[in-house]
Design a protein around this ligand. Structure first.
Ligand code: NAP
Length: 283
């Protein structure tokens, strides 16, 4: 079964659009997401355009603030502090990566954790690890929603996550653990990786290497969630970290790239914005 993240994201957006219409009546305004774009890196421009389009599709107010890549760290911090104070702003997202002279961690820490729709603020990260209420990072949240959508039982399963980054590998591992999977986290120093991945009943791959996971690294019936977004060096087309053609006949469930985890990440950003808005409205 190939799970279409695109289809699920469309369903989520339809549900959110109906909710937003109700919130507008109840609270007198719609959720407002502000995206800050520094510089004009083509990939970042495209991500930011997509986020604004999604926001408008579900009826949010959406603002994109564009700043030149010569902006200083202090100026960017001052802008974020202003947005933090603005009661009409529910979600703030600063598109990463930032120019080298700006500390990403300082910027992430400056965004109010209550408006941190990316879920990257240390307080939101801590909330996840301490099982407290907070904002969960979009990509890991999307992976779990895709598994649920596909009707995959997570409890009791052997899950292997390749990758241990703060934005994907670690939080997705924690979410799987919270759903009572037994989780192994693999990384670049893992020895005999294929022996470990072959034990997986659920395999989440977030490495950033085109078609890295081959058919001989997975077992029959495995559920594969491919988070990777790469360019295929041969064709130049988008591809995942998993050799989709090689693995799809062995997998019981697999996500394609593009059209799998990516669209769900975007849908989860909208969900997170609504969560931040509702917390603000119900204070
Ligand atoms: P990252 O920060 O570069 O982390 C990559 C992880 O993969 C690291 O933990 C690294 O291990 C591990 N790794 C690298 N080479 C490996 C190897 N040969 N064997 C085993 N593990 C290896 O990347 P990321 O930010 O997590 O992103 C991962 C991928 O997901 C990228 O393709 C990115 O574009 C994609 N992504 C997609 C979305 C989406 O919306 N779909 C969102 C975010 C990211 P070490 O820790 O030992 O270095």
């Amino acid at each position: 079964m190939i799970i279409s993240g695109k289809e699920l994201a469309t369903e989520v957006k339809q549900r959110l659009a109906a909710e937003v219409a109700e919130y507008d009546k109840k609270y007198g305004r719609v959720p407002h997401l502000v995206v800050v774009l520094v510089g004009n890196d083509p990939a970042s421009v495209s991500y930011v355009t997509g986020k604004a389009k999604d926001s408008e599709e579900v009826g949010f107010k959406s603002t994109t603030i564009k700043k030149p890549d010569t902006i200083s760290e202090e100026e960017l911090i001052a802008l974020i502090e202003e947005l933090n104070e603005d009661k009409e702003v529910d979600g703030i997202l600063v598109q990463l990566p930032l120019p080298k002279h700006i500390s990403e961690s300082r910027i992430i820490e400056t965004i109010s954790h209550e408006k941190d729709v990316d879920g990257f603020h240390p307080l939101n990260v801590a909330a996840l690890w301490q099982k407290q209420e907070g904002v969960v990072a979009c990509t890991p949240k999307g992976v779990i929603e895709l598994l649920d959508k596909a009707g995959i039982e997570i409890e009791g399963k052997r899950a292997v996550v390749i990758g241990r980054s703060n934005i994907v590998g670690l939080p997705v591992s924690k979410l799987l653990l919270d759903r009572n999977a037994t989780v192994t986290i693999a990384h670049s120093r893992t020895k005999n990786l294929a022996e470990i991945t072959r034990q997986a009943e659920i395999l989440v791959v977030a490495i950033g290497r085109p078609k890295f996971v081959k058919a001989d690294m997975v077992s029959e019936g495995v559920v594969i969630m491919d988070v990777g977004v790469n360019r295929d060096p041969e064709t130049g087309k988008l591809c995942g970290d998993v050799d989709f053609e090689g693995c799809k006949d062995k997998a019981s469930v697999i996500t394609p790239v593009p059209g799998g985890c990516g669209p769900m990440t975007r849908a989860c950003l909208l969900e997170n914005t609504i969560e931040c808005y509702l917390r603000q409205m119900n204070k």
